[in-house]
Design a protein around this ligand. Structure first.
Ligand code: ZN
Length: 429
């Protein structure tokens, strides 16, 4: 009898251990509730400051609000400036240094796509569960989650002697170019940490991002012999620049389309006897006649990929296609690197495993890794080669980058709690 009782106590405790939260975790959850009004007030404050990427004062102002708040919870804050030629204001950084546990690198961005000239939409509660406002989910909601998470942990003294960096870039929506300059400090600091946690918009309550495709560009130029069109196809004349460009594009599609995670889109084509193109504005012009064999053609496009190997392999195939010129034509292609990709590594997967356990223990259901193909490039991709990464930890909402942008306020407290417990467990490892 006694044995049976002991056994059942033992089984119960295993059950309780895997299903329930520790005392500290329950306390953290209570602190999130206690601070929630202030959290929403902070969200309202930052959403109501316009911080379009090119509104430098606005970006700096949002940075100042976070300086004020992070200083209150014991972080050192600083503003990272960029060379004037980049025409970007810089980045906000808050740090704590210590010797204990894993080193965490939090990623957010201060800017939004909404410039000052655009109509302004302040933070407004639409109903109990929805609020709207510029950048409310992309990603001021996420930035505020980072703060609320760290504030709660700080209140219980759990950040003592830990190494944490919070890095909010000022130009995520339109990064200063070249990106190796605008992201130099970002990458250098990230490398000194174990895990990168990015609070971009969540793709779903039960989805985390462990992979994002990278983005790059290409420019194709072709030439042909400019003669009377009646001679086209003739051995001495050839096919002209436009046929050559269309041959190449068609072959790209036939030979490369459909590969998983790979896309390439010609976004613009100009052809004729004389063409011009302005890379800054994207405007171009062409002069030509129906009775002239085209002398030049120009195409620009993008190339999205998962992993450098896929990008490089695609470029080799494209170059090979470009080199098989039609008679009487020439063609060259140039590739330009953009944002690297974030491949789904085992290290990234292990972060989802931990988040999933937290979520299950809280009774919030399973969290799984989302489809790498469904998410565009982001700041975390610049550091994905150096540390384990997870993204999509931020707020939920809809209509990002449009005047209809909303945040789901019903799930917001739950997301903050889960984020706090996730970070608590990471620090404790
Ligand atoms: Zn964003």
């Amino acid at each position: 009898m006694k044995k049976l009782l002991l056994l059942s106590i033992f089984l119960f405790s295993i059950n309780a251990y895997s299903q329930k939260l520790s005392r500290t975790e329950n306390q953290l959850s209570e602190i999130i509730d206690k601070n929630y009004r202030e959290t929403v007030a902070l969200l309202e404050e930052v959403v109501n400051i316009n911080s379009g990427t090119f509104n430098m004062e606005g970006v700096r102002e949002v940075g100042r609000v976070f300086e004020r708040e992070f200083a209150k919870i014991g972080f050192e804050t600083e503003w990272i400036t960029l060379p004037d030629s980049l025409k970007r204001l810089g980045h906000f950084v808050a740090t704590r240094k210590g010797t204990k546990g894993k080193k965490l690198f939090f990623i957010g961005h201060l800017d939004t796509v909404f410039e000052k000239e655009m109509p302004f939409y302040p933070f407004t509660m639409v109903n109990d569960s929805t609020a709207k406002g510029q950048g409310v989910n992309d990603m001021k909601g996420g930035n505020v989650m980072v703060f609320a998470t760290l504030k709660a942990l700080n209140e219980l003294g759990l950040l003592k002697d830990q190494t944490i960096t919070v890095y909010f870039t000022g130009d995520e929506e339109n990064a200063g170019s070249p990106s190796w300059v605008s992201r130099l400090d970002f990458v250098e600091r990230a490398r000194q940490h174990d895990y990168a946690l990015a609070y971009e918009t969540a793709q779903g309550f039960n989805t985390a991002t462990i992979a994002r495709r990278g983005a790059s560009g290409w420019t194709l130029k072709t030439t042909g012999n400019q003669v009377h069109s009646s001679g086209v196809f003739r051995e001495s004349v050839g096919y002209g620049a436009i046929y050559e460009a269309s041959r190449i594009l068609n072959q790209f599609r036939e030979e490369l389309a459909g590969e998983q995670y790979l896309t390439f889109n010609p976004g613009q084509i100009i052809g004729g006897s004389d063409i011009s193109y302005d890379g800054d504005t994207g405007a171009g012009s062409a002069l030509g006649k129906t009775n002239i064999v085209a002398r030049e053609a120009f195409v620009t496009g993008d190339l999205r990929f998962l992993g450098e190997a896929q990008k490089e392999a695609a470029r080799v195939k494209m170059k090979n296609i470009v080199s098989q010129n039609l008679n009487g034509t020439t063609a060259t292609i140039e590739f330009e690197d953009g944002i690297p990709s974030m491949p789904p590594t085992d290290g990234n997967r292990s972060l989802v495993t931990i988040l999933n356990q937290v979520s299950m223990d809280m009774g919030y259901g399973e969290v799984k890794a989302g489809d790498p193909g469904s998410r565009g490039a982001g700041d975390i991709s610049y550091v994905a080669d150096y540390l384990d990464c997870i993204d999509g930890l931020g707020a939920m909402g809809s209509g990002a980058h449009s005047p209809a942008e909303t945040i789901n306020m019903k799930q917001y407290p739950a997301l903050i709690k889960r984020s706090t417990l996730f970070v608590y467990r990471l620090l404790d490892m």
